[in-house]
Write a protein that binds this ligand. Structure first.
Ligand code: ZN
Length: 172
């Protein structure tokens, strides 16, 4: 946080570059960086590449985000989000670009994502609940936004250790 690449609109990824060595290297970097950090999603601007690509992989449970639906590893190129129901729910979010902090953010819980996959095929999916929050968090990165911009209540921003000590148990 503070690096200008995180605050700019990323450019759409050129479809003719999908599948090239440059593309595959970028995907490998995203996947490895996400795995090394124990993250559940990562957007290209977070590794200093301002293009519209994000990767997401949510384990079924046991992560610091508690129990939720699993999302297999996926690559989302030039994704566009449509909110299908504006009703929101909140989760404590963390971000590899805002290390050491957790913040409570409310977001719509029923969205559609239209995107290009790694085979250069147009795809569409529906995301609900926590999964909808994960997609919105990652897609925000492609528009230069961070979750801290979306805190409704600045008292619900905590260091990870304090979150674990004072918040996590109360939220169960
Ligand atoms: Zn993030």
């Amino acid at each position: 946080m503070g690096h200008p690449v995180l605050r700019q609109n990323s450019t759409p990824y050129l479809r003719e570059n999908i599948g090239t060595a440059e593309f595959l290297n970028l995907i490998t970097d995203l996947k490895d960086t996400m795995a090394d950090a124990g993250g559940i999603g990562l957007a290209a601007p977070q590794i200093n590449e301002p293009v519209q690509i994000a990767v997401i992989e949510v384990p079924a449970s046991g992560s610091r985000y508690g129990d939720h639906q699993a999302v297999p590893f996926g690559i989302y190129i030039n994704p566009v989000i449509t909110i299908l129901n504006p009703e929101t729910a909140g989760y404590w979010e963390g971000c590899l670009s805002v290390p050491g902090l957790m913040g409570y953010v409310e977001r719509p819980q029923h969205v559609r994502i239209d995107f290009i996959d790694e085979h250069n095929t147009e795809q569409s999916l529906i995301a609900e609940g926590f999964t909808a929050t994960v997609f919105q968090h990652e897609l925000d990165h492609l528009a230069g936004k961070l979750y801290v911009d979306r805190l409704a209540d600045s008292t619900r921003l905590a260091y990870t250790e304090e979150y674990a000590e004072f918040v996590a148990d109360d939220e169960e």
